[in-house]
Design a protein around this ligand. Structure first.
Ligand code: ADP
Ligand code: MG
Length: 242
């Protein structure tokens, strides 16, 4: 299964998401490979730093060799493995090409107006089922609910789990995380549910209502309590945070 992490905006949390998801998938005992398709090679450097620090990562990070294309690398990969592709910013044609060989594209974004235009532009370029992952989010702020609602209004599925802004993520670069995965283990659980749903078309993943209409069952009920976590429920955001 190929999960591509993409957002045309730099700093949106692609590399952190790619690597933390790789850790989280590894913990579910599935073989994982990260393809680092970003010429900045942040994921590759992460793995290099970990190795030189004496912590071999539980998955390989393959730098995208010049001249070879991601599609052919993906085709050669073992079918049972999870392949996570980290992508560059500012290269939508490339991201679109990679999306065509992906089972799913996860679009990390800050719940903020600064990130909205680029995130929407990225989503429009995708040729695969996809969802937005709200990251670097400040809990108990109205922004989380507001931006979740905005993306859903745009017909974009938003992963129920939200990744908080934590100093932890800044300190983990180039290292092996402790037990704590900052919520990415819940993202894997969400993706297992979302990706397994039958998809009628590449543009299949739409908003909550569209899914419920199509599936005849509620994805979000399936995902349980977190989908309606009051902290992230826009209906609750006018009341003061506890
Ligand atoms: N949830 C988070 N909380 C705090 N800092 C984060 C979080 N996710 C990423 N960061 C930090 O934000 C910066 C950009 O993240 P990164 O994953 O490198 O983004 P990209 O690959 O999209 O450029 C990095 O310094 C990273 O450590
Ligand atoms: Mg990066």
């Amino acid at each position: 299964m190929i999960v591509t992490i993409a957002n045309s905006k730099g700093g949106s949390g692609r590399t952190t998401t790619a690597i933390m998801l790789a850790f989280a998938y590894s913990r579910t005992h599935r073989p994982v490979t990260v393809i680092d398709a970003d010429p900045q090679e942040s994921a590759t450097i992460w793995s290099y730093l970990a190795r030189t620090g004496g912590h071999r990562l539980p998955f390989a990070v393959i730098p995208h060799p010049a001249g070879s294309d991601v599609a052919s690398m993906v085709e050669r990969a073992a079918p049972e493995s999870i392949i996570i592709v980290d992508t560059p910013s500012h290269d939508l044609p490339f991201v679109q090409e990679v999306s065509r060989v992906s089972d799913f594209v996860l679009v990390p974004t800050l719940p903020a107006a600064t990130d909205y235009p680029t995130t929407i532009t990225t989503i429009r370029a995708l040729d695969a089922p996809h969802a937005v992952l709200l990251t670097q989010a400040y809990r108990r702020t109205i922004a989380v609910g507001q931006w979740r609602r905005q993306y859903e209004k745009d017909g974009v599925l938003v992963v129920p789990t939200v990744i908080d802004h934590r100093q932890f993520f800044a300190t983990i670069y180039g290292d092996h995380p402790p037990e704590f995965l900052g919520g990415y283990e819940d993202v894997v659980t969400d993706l297992d549910t979302i990706i397994d749903l039958p998809q009628e078309s590449a543009a299949g993943l739409r908003n909550r209502e569209a899914w419920e209409d199509k599936q005849g069952a509620s994805l979000f009920v399936g995902l349980g309590e977190r989908a309606y976590c009051p902290i992230y429920d826009p209906r609750q955001t006018s009341s003061p945070a506890p």
